[in-house]
Design a protein around this ligand. Sequence first.
Ligand SMILES: [Fe+2]
Ligand SMILES: [Fe+2]
Length: 139
Amino acid sequence: MSGPALRQLAAHRSIHESAHGQVKEMTRSLRFLYENERSKEGLEAEKVILEHWRDHIIAHADSEEEGLYLEIRKERPELSETITQLMRDHELLRKIVGKIEENLEADESREDRLSMYESLLVVNWHHSRDEEKYLLGEG
Ligand SMILES: [Fe+2]
Ligand SMILES: [Fe+2]
């Protein structure tokens, strides 16, 4: 989703809420699988979670940087620093997703991966609230 919908608080927020709710639920299920030693299912679940982060949340971030952020920076130069900070949040999401993939590839600690999935949720939650507040007039 991109274009005009991203400029409207309610529509944009509902994109955030829906994608976030799904990864949050998936992360909760993943923890349950690993706590119950269901490793094979856990690995399958991880593929789905990572795909979801990439296809929904990172793709949303990419489209903001290619459109909405450029437009807002042009219209409201005073928000330039805020946009730089929001882009740093996107970068953190990309880095953490990349780290999880490396960890998975090398078959390292699943406990470390669980904590990285949870970190992603925290960063994404704060990022979404800040974006709504500073760029879309929430507040
Ligand atoms: Fe964003
Ligand atoms: Fe957004």
